[in-house]
Design a protein around this ligand. Structure first.
Ligand code: PMP
Length: 455
């Protein structure tokens, strides 16, 4: 039995994220709830980290995994392909943005980003442009914790102590309408200004030296469901095309239906050269991610060395592929993209009703079942709370005490943004669940605010 938090720290040999924290022990999960060893239940309003798109314990996914384990758990990809990997790739390519030719499987989001960066670099080597060696990405973005992914990521706090080890990446402004659009600009003018900034960065590096621009279509972990302004990504796409630069969209968090379409970029009318997916691909039933690549890139590899010089032991893992195939088939069969749009609108309405006039909620934003609150000390100035107070962590603690899982993020040290709470519930979330999520979140936010030091 696990010790309850009230009993204080217990000896653990797991190297946990936070070494001085006692976590409740999760022992069971079904539908939208997780239960701990003390019998307390939590509504999973964040899908873990926007992972559990089908909720927990879905019988079709479990059955598909069992069938695969009974047949064969593992076969190394340097010897074999498998039916499940082929079927999953067929399914993904058939429903991907136009022109995608292949799916490269990995075990998670960071691996997907690493593979995409290396694929992009190798593509230019294959086509005789080895001088291309720069990536451009955005501040306040998150692309993973491995060194390449961390280098393109633009979250200062995560990068700081590893900075000497990271490849040199040029970072430009994020598309952060709430904070950065000037009062005298339309959203379209703001987007055009950002594209000009990117254009200047490209010119400084020399367009012929840039490999790719990397961006999350809808930003998740570092800024809470930041949606691009209309036309911005189209402008980015045109600019990349003008210089022969690849566009890598990271849809590890926002892809696979989370925003109401299978890929978030569908709503922007933009087709990337490479797109990374992970979390919702396997819905947490197995660790799996993928990079989808445009056919013309694949052909360059075929004409050239015939080898993508990369690989991991567990790529294309049969049980992970079986789980992902089952998750994606249930989403289609049960019309769950439509459910994301409908329940996403319901979640947004409830957030608006609960927090629309809240003195410390500056912004409510997002798309589909990917919605966030940005908390501020004062709405007019948009001044954030003191980052030392860790309001986001207080909200998480209070939410857990209410039986609610939400995904919190801190404000930046330099005060560029406020604390956030991100919601990403399973696509099967019901109306009564949404009522409970917003009620519990309201109490958690108010309790956390009441716990702040005076002043
Ligand atoms: N890219 C994005 C957009 C993400 O949100 C994440 C995870 N939060 C990653 C990459 C890294 O994925 P993983 O944690 O599976 O390595």
């Amino acid at each position: 039995m696990g010790a309850s938090p009230a009993e204080g720290p217990t000896v653990t040999h797991v190297f946990h994220r936070q070494l001085n924290t006692t976590y409740p022990r999760a022992v069971a999960a079904q539908g939208v709830t997780i239960t701990d060893a003390d019998g307390r239940t939590y509504i999973d309003a964040s899908g873990g980290a926007a992972v559990s798109c089908l909720g927990h314990g879905h019988p079709d996914v479990l059955a598909a995994m069992h069938r695969q384990i009974d047949r064969m758990a593992y076969a190394h990809t340097s010897f074999f392909t498998t039916d499940v990997a082929e079927e999953l790739a067929d399914e993904l390519v058939a429903r991907a943005p136009a022109g995608m030719g292949r799916a490269y499987f990995v075990s998670g989001g960071s691996e997907a980003v690493e593979a995409a960066l290396k694929m992009a670099r190798q593509y230019f080597v294959e086509i005789g442009q080895p001088q291309r060696r720069h990536f451009i990405a955005r501040r306040q973005s998150y692309h993973g914790n491995t060194l390449g992914a961390l280098a393109v990521g633009g979250n200062e706090w995560r990068r700081r102590q590893f900075a000497p080890l990271l490849i040199d990446v040029t970072h430009v402004s994020p598309c952060y309408e709430y904070r950065d659009r000037r009062a005298d600009e339309t959203p379209e003018q703001y987007g055009a200004r950002l594209v000009r900034e990117l254009s200047e960065a490209i010119d400084r590096l020399g367009g012929e030296n840039v490999i790719a621009f990397v961006a999350e279509t809808v930003v998740g972990a570092t800024a809470g469901a930041l949606v691009p302004v209309p036309g911005y990504l189209k402008g980015v796409r045109e600019l990349c095309d003008r210089h022969g630069i690849l566009l890598i969209l990271d849809e590890v968090m926002c892809g696979m239906g989370r925003t109401g379409t299978l890929y978030a970029c569908e709503q922007e009318g933009v087709v990337p050269d490479l797109v990374t997916i992970a979390k919702g691909l396997g819905g947490g039933y197995q660790p799996i991610g993928a990079v989808l690549a445009q056919q013309r890139l694949v052909e360059a590899f075929e004409r050239g060395s015939g080898l993508f010089q990369h690989g991991h032991t567990y790529i294309g893992h049969p049980v992970a592929c079986a789980a992902a195939l089952a998750v994606q088939r249930v989403i289609q069969r049960d019309g769950l993209l439509e459910a994301v749009r409908r329940q996403g609108a319901g979640l947004r309405e409830r957030l608006q009703a609960a927090f629309g006039a809240h003195p410390h909620v500056g912004d409510i934003r997002g798309r589909g079942l990917f919605q966030a609150l940005e908390l501020v000390r004062e709405r007019t100035s948009k001044a954030p709370f003191d980052p030392q107070w860790k309001l986001h962590a207080r909200i998480k603690r209070e939410a857990m005490a209410q039986g609610l899982m939400v995904y919190p993020m801190g404000g930046t040290i330099d005060g560029q943004q406020g604390d956030h709470v991100l919601l990403a519930p399973p696509f099967i979330v019901g109306d009564a669940d949404l009522d409970a999520i917003v009620e519990r979140l309201s109490r958690a936010v108010d309790n956390a605010l009441a716990s702040l030091p005076a002043g």
